[in-house]
Design a binder for this molecule. Structure first.
Ligand code: PRP
Ligand code: URA
Length: 206
């Protein structure tokens, strides 16, 4: 499994503010969107193009347009914080949703909602989930996407733990991970350290 740590001064700067406990909910939303744009730019670097012709005001010219069918699948709730940034760069993407929730005691994910475009075999599928902690949620989502035909799912995360990456290496070896940071590890409640806390709660002010 490929793991891409997206290193960029703008990513670092956004991450610094996302981690800061004093960052308010409205600013947290703006920053989630901003860092997502930067991650999407990196994760779409190899998408296929096809040649076409357009007429400039002066003459016809050959141009290259995106040739891929792109599907973005945010994991509810927290992945919603990455969707606007994704669609800003790939507005033609289809969008599906997985609703997953970790049990507060066991940290084991449970699927409660699914609405994803069918027949994903010809699509480039981007799973949006800002926190890769134990990896249980991402593994469950990737399995669901594979059942719909998806190949080589790309997971966009903002903060990942080594434990989550290790789980995905065995559960989803064909997937790729694009993340802004790989942190130290998990605490006894399976939260990422240093992390940024509960992403969904900070995004939605709950
Ligand atoms: C968070 C996060 C991931 C999951 C990661 O969601 O958004 O989906 O935890 O943890 P894991 O790697 O250990 O599975 P949560 O279950 O808290 O739901 P929420 O987004 O609705 O707050
Ligand atoms: N989910 C979060 O929102 N934060 C963590 O640190 C782990 C899981």
């Amino acid at each position: 499994m490929d793991v891409h740590i997206v290193r960029h001064p703008l990513v670092e700067d956004v991450l610094a503010a996302l981690r800061d406990r004093r960052t308010s909910c409205d600013v947290f939303r703006q920053l989630s969107r901003r860092v997502s744009v930067l991650l999407v730019a990196e994760a779409t670097r190899d998408l296929p193009l096809t040649e076409a012709t357009v007429e400039t005001p002066l003459e016809p010219t050959t141009v290259r347009r995106l040739a891929a069918r792109v599907v973005a699948v945010p994991v509810l709730r927290a992945g919603l914080g990455m969707l606007d940034g994704f669609l800003e760069l790939v507005p033609q993407a289809q969008v599906g949703y997985f609703g997953l929730e970790r049990d507060e005691t066991t940290a084991v994910a449970r699927r409660y909602y699914e609405k994803v475009p069918k027949d994903l075999a010809d699509a480039v599928v981007f799973l949006l989930d800002p926190m890769l902690a134990t990896g249980g949620s991402a593994a469950m989502a990737i399995e669901g996407l594979s059942d719909l035909g998806a190949r080589r799912v790309r997971l966009l995360s903002i903060v990942a733990a080594p434990e989550g990456i290790a789980l995905l290496r065995s559960a989803a070896p064909d997937a790729s991970v694009y993340t802004a940071a790989v942190d130290r590890g998990l605490n006894d409640r399976k939260f990422i350290l240093p992390g940024l806390g509960d992403f969904g709660d900070r995004l939605f002010g709950t």
